[in-house]
Design a protein around this ligand. Structure first.
Ligand code: LMR
Ligand code: MN
Length: 427
């Protein structure tokens, strides 16, 4: 410690105060240490700022107190403002602790000044550029991430991590799929390097599917599955519980959801009426999955929660799905009406998780409509349910006439334990 702060501060009295604060910190007397290190007269001392930040940090950790943690982060950032006075070694130590705390707090935007500092001090390390990009993406600021990516790729055109994130931004923000494919392909070349992550294989394959380049997509999916990024080439959800039974189509009788299915089928006419009466509230599908046509949906439950006041519009439907908490309480699914116009084709795609199964109740105009899940294509029937696992690749055609309406009810995968249903983060 002495080596890091030669003769800091110059005044002997204050230097002794800091020695004492240091000792208090060691003893776990955080308040005393932070009071001493925070004295106004020490405002110009980097060592005092360091001790203050560490004392508040240690107290925040011990008390699990987020307000204290925010204060600790501010204190570290204050110290970093004196960065010219810090050695490389000290700067890295402080920066890493600050970034760790910022990540823990979940306030990703406040990482920016730290990474900017690291980039200025160590301009030849692409990792700091890339981590700044990732912080911006975590903070939902793709616009800011893009500028960093531009700078990064200008300096290091072959940096795989930057290429992969650039592909991600091109695809998800701009729908520039060809360019995204090129970036991903470079990033994942030979299936080696630091960018070989599941989500990049997923987005490369998905871009190819959206472009209708099915054979190339299939090759990517085989590679991804062989590397363990997917459960299988056709089951490509990214948020999985590994041990769950995997099959594309399910026989409802062999699940605990027979009663729910029978109840829905029994009331299909009232459910159809409710779905049609609420037409004004439907929202267009906006994930870009359609190759052609129109497709809109009306959510009733999302992530295990009713959309406020929705059930007033569909009381019969809601009372039936509420009788099965694995449906109305499925935090990794939705309950919704899905209306598809004639002439629609939905490109092959997969859902995000293997933790739910998807029940459909056919309601209207099901003639000449098709749902392929993995290798098997089935048709809806009015008043009838079926069940599939939407983490498998699936594709939809409406080659008939009129608006095809179905009710979609996601339920927890039957193999999930009660504890998992309570604790899995929602999707
Ligand atoms: C899907 O889940 O992608 C489709 O089955 C939805 C629909 O309306 O057919
Ligand atoms: Mn789907």
């Amino acid at each position: 410690i002495e080596d890091d702060w030669p003769g800091e501060p110059a005044d002997q009295y204050w230097r002794q105060q800091l020695d004492q604060a240091e000792e208090e910190l060691r003893q776990g007397e955080w308040s005393a240490a932070s009071r001493r290190a925070g004295a106004a007269q020490l405002a110009g001392s980097a060592r005092a700022r360091w001790l203050l930040a560490r004392a508040v940090d240690a107290e925040a950790e011990a008390r699990r107190d987020n307000r204290l943690l925010t204060r600790a982060i501010t204190a570290y950032l204050d110290l970093l403002k004196m960065n010219e006075r810090l050695t490389d070694h000290k700067l890295l130590q402080v920066a890493h602790r600050t970034l760790d705390r910022i990540r823990f707090r979940g306030n990703y935007l406040s990482a920016e000044p730290v990474y900017r500092l690291l980039i200025r001090r160590f301009p030849d390390v692409p990792g700091y550029y890339n981590n700044l990009t990732i912080s911006f993406l975590m903070a939902n600021r793709a616009d800011l991430a893009e500028q960093v990516l531009k700078d990064t790729l200008k300096k290091w055109p072959d940096d795989r991590v930057a290429l992969a994130h650039h592909g991600f931004v091109l695809k998800t923000q701009h729908n520039r799929l060809e360019e995204a494919v090129e970036a991903f392909q470079k990033a994942l070349q030979n299936d080696t390097g630091p960018a070989t992550e599941s989500r990049f294989y997923y987005h490369l394959g998905d871009s190819l599917l959206l472009l209708g380049r099915y054979e190339e997509a299939h090759e990517v999916h085989k590679r991804g599955a062989a590397m363990g990024h997917f459960l299988s080439p056709s089951q490509r959800s990214l948020y999985n519980v590994e041990r769950l039974k995997s099959r594309p189509w399910w026989n409802i009788e062999q699940t605990p959801y027979t009663k729910l299915a029978r109840a829905l089928e029994k009331s299909w006419k009232e459910i159809l009426k409710e779905g049609e009466a609420a037409k004004a509230l439907y929202e267009k599908e906006k994930e870009g999955l359609k190759e052609r046509g129109e497709w809109s949906q009306l959510d009733l439950f999302v992530r295990g929660q009713e959309i406020p006041n929705r059930c007033k519009r569909a009381p019969v439907t809601c009372s039936i799905v509420r009788s099965e908490v694995a449906a109305s309480g499925c935090r990794r699914g939705q309950i919704k009406f899905s209306a598809m116009e004639a002439g629609t084709h939905v490109r092959p795609h997969v859902g995000p998780t293997n933790c739910r199964l998807r029940m459909h109740l056919g309601l209207s105009n099901t003639k000449d409509t098709y749902l392929r899940v993995d290798k098997e294509t089935r048709q809806w029937q009015v008043g009838k349910t079926f069940m599939f696992d939407d983490s498998f690749e699936h594709e939809v055609w409406h080659n008939g006439t009129g608006t095809r309406l179905v009710l979609i009810v996601d339920v927890w995968h039957p193999d999930l334990t009660p504890a998992e249903r309570r604790s899995l983060p929602p999707i």
